[in-house]
Structures are given as structure tokens and as C-alpha cells.
Design a protein around this ligand. Structure first.
Ligand SMILES: [Zn+2]
Length: 576
């Protein structure tokens, strides 16, 4: 491609709405253009890179037996009513009426369409297992679109759906997809990524992994063990916490006056927050009469994702009214707490084996000391709803856990029969009895993948594309192109490159050396080939590698062979 004809312009100033360097560089280098909040057009170089990412995904999906299909963006309400998601999904799903006043929606995921596609075709166990996938546009009305292509509203996804007769078969296939995803991320040139166990969220199901790019711009927190293989999203991460006090003393009520917070009570009684048990209160989002009281060791925080799973509803922090007959803010405790049919009490595991804890006495101005959960709550069940603290230790090896920020770059779920049951997909087994196939689903955002590679592979000059997804392998930069001999030679080299299937961007503009070099660095092509009156004196070209800055002079007669080999070496590093 010739740069003077290529749509898109390089800009010097940093757009004000862009914060992360990948986003800034994609905008500055003329790759993307915002149309509306979270909605972008891709300019030619971005589309070329996206095509390569999609092809890598196709190759890897095909290798594990995937069959490419294309399901619609627009679906009727009825299909999503079958699964129950027409109503269970909120405003993030775009709904509209067609000309006959029929309710329609824009797909944000395609489980319903996948089951619809398969259920009338697959009738026998002998047709299982199979996996279908597509690369399709989706729309999710994100409240917080940000980061350029990282979090958008309209996006392209590679999503796949597999169908199995047995859980064991799904489990085995799921592991294959997991490996396949790791290969995809390696091949597109991501470096610092991990697969972590995750929450199944709105998809439902029995097991899930998220693939995370570990990067400071991430919105998720990933808990990692520096010693063993344990990694998990903070939403589901677990840990071991050292027991603080195991002494057993007699439960005693003490006057604590106005001291209400853990800090205040701790100071008054000279007890560390680890020696206290606090109450954290929530209400059900759909039914604010339903209250949830969590008792947890004073130094820990409640992990709301875990709590939501335990209580089975969406929650929000509860403001306790001053005339509440049971809950006395600042003095709520697990012992002698009054009961209320609308109240759910949750005891976190962190208090199970502690002794001598300070707890609220459920009346103003008083606390208990020496509370011992095992002794004083003989019927309680303890569950894990605690957030991993900075000093949390690995449950498997005992090492202190660390955390990192992460951007979700893909996810895979063991869906089970949630969709095949609700949508009545039945298949006959060997014995002629019907069963609902067990599903897995697998997604990767294509644009987000590009945004993430841009984020991870940017330096202060611009983008640094891996060879596997670069829009062009070579940036051809002839200097002093106004000189006839340079122009003629450059045209000739450009044609040779095209004839040899080298993907090249030809900077044919009559601009300064500084401008050509700055643009080539900003746009991020892996190899720059520079010719000038000086190099032509030696019948050579100067090659500069974008990633390392390494320079080599190559004779023009050897140029094509040199480029082909360099390109192949770079491709092999990622593909093999
Ligand atoms: Zn460990």
C-alpha cells in the first residue's frame, strides 16, 4: 500500500479522551476513529491487523475441530425468552421493535442462537460432540466504555459453543480449548497473560476460566501465588489466613459507649482488628426488606461476588435506620442477635476458629469480649465470603499471595445444560433415551485483542507490532525521494516486494527524514527499509528493526531474500 493514498492520518497531539498508551497510539497512528462513545471505525491498517488476528483464531479453532458458522446479530425476543435471559439481562442489551412492532434485540452473546441452530439438526448422540464458532459483531451497551478498543459497546467476537453427551467429554474438550486459547494469545504476540479460575457470572455453569493480560490498565484484580500455579480472579480467589487468637475465656459484656467502628472499639479495648468480629450489612437489590448480615473477622473485607453466590441475589450495602429493632449500627454482633424472617445471617470462615473476639452486643453502648464462634454459635455454618487480604496465604503451598491488575482477553465456561434444558434441545442416547447435551462456551474479543497487544507493545515512540499481526511487515522509507535516482529505485524495490508477497507500506511522500522516521515508529511496522542517496552509493539499504532498534546494511541484490528470512524468523518465534 502507498501511504499517500492510504486513508488515515498520523497526528502529533494526544487526544484528550485517551488515557492508556495503546489507545493513544492507535488514535495518533491513524488506526481507529471514534464514531460514538464505545463505537469505532477501523481504518485500513487496523483492519489488516484484525484480519490476521481473526485468521489465527480460525486456524486454532479449526485445529480442535471447530466448524465456522455465522449466526445473526439481530434476534427475536422469543428466542431469548426461552432461556429466560430476555428479562434477566438488564439495560446492557439493546432492544428495539421492527416495522411490524415485533420485539427484537441485538445479540451480545449467542448461546440461544447456537442451541437454536443445533437443536433441530442434532438428534443422536452419534452426532456429538461438536463445536461451532463464529466471528461476529456484537453489541453490549456498556455503561463505562473506555480504553479505546479495550472496552467498547460494539465489538467483534470469536465465540464458540460445544455440545457433549457427558460431563467427562466436555471436561476433556474444555482443556483442549484452554490450550488452544493460550496458543492464540501467544501467536498474536501477547506476552504477560494467564488463565485464571473465575466466577461464572451471568453465563451460569459449573466451571470457568478467564484469560487475563496482566497490565496496570486492567479493571480486574488477579490473585497470584509466586510459588505454585495458583491464580484466580479476586472475585473467586481464596486464601489461608493465620488464626489470630485461640484462647478460650468466658464471654463477658463490656460497656463501650460511643465506640462503634472496629478502630474505635479496638482502641478502647486495646485489641487489634484481627481480634474482633464485625458485622457488614446488605440488602437484596430486588427486595429491600430482605437483609443480609455478614459476620467476618474485623481486619477482613467482604467479597461481594462470593456473597452474592451464597445468598443468591444481587446486593447493595444497607444503611441501618436508627430505630431498627434488631440491628444497632456499630453494636451488631453474632451472639444473641434477634431473628427476623427477612434476615439472612452469613458467618465467614475467618471467625470459625478464632477465640476471644470482641463482638457487638446487639444493644447500644455495649460489646462482648471473649466471643468464641465454635462455642457460642454451636449451630452456625461457616462459609467463605472474605476478600483475599494483602497477607493472605496460598491454600496450596502457604506462600503469601500477590495481586496484579488484569484485562480480560478471553473466557471459557462449562455451561452445563442450562440452555439445552430451557430451550428443550433433546438428543437420543445409545439406549434410545433422550438427554439434554452438555455445553461449553468460549469467547475472545477480536478488537480487544488488538487493543491489548497495542497496549502491551507500545513504547514512547508508538506501536511495536509483532510480526504475526502487523498490518504491514515492512515500512519502505526512501529519503530524498525528490531525487530521481531514489524515486526510481524505491518504485523498483516496492514492486519487487509486492511480487514476493512481502506486505509493505511505501512511504512515497516528499517529506523530511524526521517525519518519515517518526511515522514509521508511530505506526509500528516491525522492519523499516530505508534507502537514500548515501545507501544507493553502496547499492544497499539500511534495515532497522522496530522492536530492538538494531540496524543492518543489506546489499540491494540480497534485500528480498534477507527480508523474507527475517520475516519468517519473526513469525516462527510466535507461531511455533
Ligand atoms: Zn501456592
Amino acid at each position: 500500500m502507498i501511504i499517500s493514498k492510504m486513508l488515515g492520518e498520523r497526528i502529533k497531539t494526544v487526544p484528550s479522551d485517551a488515557q492508556n498508551k495503546g489507545h493513544i497510539n492507535l488514535l495518533r497512528a491513524g488506526y481507529i476513529k471514534q464514531v460514538a462513545n464505545g463505537i469505532y471505525s477501523l481504518l485500513p491498517p487496523a483492519k489488516l491487523a484484525i484480519n490476521k488476528i481473526e485468521n489465527i483464531m480460525r486456524e486454532e479453532m479449526n485445529k480442535i475441530g471447530g466448524q465456522e458458522v455465522l449466526m445473526p446479530v439481530v434476534m427475536p425476543r422469543e428466542l431469548w425468552e426461552e432461556s429466560g435471559r430476555y428479562t434477566s439481562i438488564g439495560d446492557e442489551m439493546a432492544r428495539f421493535k421492527d416495522r411490524t412492532n415485533h420485539d427484537m434485540l441485538l445479540g451480545m452473546t449467542h448461546e440461544e442462537a447456537a442451541v437454536h441452530l443445533a437443536r433441530n439438526i442434532v438428534t443422536s448422540y452419534s452426532q456429538l460432540p461438536f463445536m461451532i464458532y463464529q466471528i461476529q459483531t456484537k453489541f453490549r451497551d456498556e455503561p463505562r466504555a473506555r480504553g479505546g478498543l479495550i472496552r467498547v459497546r460494539e465489538f467483534t467476537m470469536k465465540d464458540g459453543y460445544s455440545f457433549h453427551e457427558t460431563q467427562a467429554d466436555l471436561n476433556a474438550y474444555y482443556d483442549k480449548v484452554l490450550d488452544s486459547y493460550m496458543r492464540i494469545f501467544k501467536r498474536i504476540g501477547m506476552r504477560n497473560y494467564v488463565a485464571v479460575a473465575s466466577d461464572t457470572g451471568m453465563m451460569g455453569g459449573s466451571g470457568a476460566h478467564e484469560f487475563m493480560l496482566l497490565n496496570p490498565i486492567g479493571e480486574d484484580t488477579i490473585v497470584l501465588c509466586p510459588n505454585c500455579d495458583y491464580k484466580a480472579n479476586m472475585e473467586v480467589a481464596t486464601c489461608k489466613i493465620d488464626i489470630y487468637n485461640t484462647e478460650v475465656k468466658e464471654l463477658k459484656e463490656v460497656e463501650t459507649g460511643d465506640a462503634k467502628t472496629i478502630d474505635e472499639v479496638g482502641k478502647l479495648l486495646n485489641v487489634d482488628s484481627k481480634g474482633t468480629c464485625k458485622a457488614v450489612c446488605y440488602a437484596d437489590k430486588k427486595d429491600d426488606k430482605k437483609r443480609i448480615v455478614v459476620f467476618i473477622r474485623g481486619d477482613l473485607e467482604v467479597n461481594e461476588s462470593k456473597l452474592k453466590k451464597v445468598v443468591g441475589c444481587e446486593i447493595y450495602p444497607l444503611n441501618i435506620s436508627p430505630d431498627d429493632s434488631i440491628l444497632h449500627a456499630g453494636n451488631i454482633g453474632p451472639y444473641n442477635l434477634g431473628s427476623d424472617k427477612n434476615m439472612i445471617v452469613v458467618y465467614d470462615k475467618s471467625i470459625e476458629n478464632e477465640g476471644n473476639e470482641v463482638v457487638g452486643a446487639n444493644k447500644p453502648n455495649y460489646h462482648f469480649i471473649n466471643f468464641n464462634a465454635k462455642r457460642d454459635l454451636p449451630n452456625a455454618t461457616f462459609v467463605d465470603v472474605a476478600k483475599v487480604p494483602a497477607y493472605g496465604k496460598c491454600e496450596f503451598c502457604g506462600e503469601t499471595l500477590t495481586t496484579s491488575r488484569g484485562v480480560e482477553i478471553g473466557n471459557i465456561f462449562k455451561l452445563g445444560t442450562k440452555y439445552t434444558e430451557t430451550m428443550n434441545m433433546k438428543v437420543l442416547n445409545k439406549e434410545g433415551k433422550t438427554f439434554n447435551p452438555i455445553m461449553g462456551c468460549y469467547g475472545i474479543g477480536v478488537g480487544r485483542a488488538l487493543g491489548c497487544v497495542a497496549e502491551e507493545s507500545s513504547d514512547d515512540k508508538g506501536l511495536v507490532w509483532p510480526m504475526t499481526i502487523t498490518p504491514f511487515e515492512v515500512y519502505l522509507a526512501p529519503l530524498s525521494i525528490n531525487k530521481e535516482e531514489v524515486k526510481t529505485k524505491a518504485d523498483e524495490i516496492y514492486k519487487q516486494m509486492l511480487d514476493n508477497n512481502i506486505e509493505v507500506l511505501y512511504d512515497d511522500r516528499n517529506v523530511s527524514t524526521g517525519c518519515k522516521f517518526a511515522d514509521s515508529e508511530l505506526m509500528g511496522m516491525p522492519i523499516r527499509v530505508c534507502i537514500s542517496p548515501r545507501t544507493l552509493e553502496n547499492q544497499s539499504a539500511e534495515i532497522t528493526m522496530r522492536a530492538t532498534g538494531e540496524k543492518t546494511d543489506v546489499k540491494l541484490v540480497d534485500l528480498i531474500a534477507f527480508l523474507k528470512q527475517t520475516i519468517q524468523t519473526e513469525l516462527d518465534k510466535l507461531n511455533k
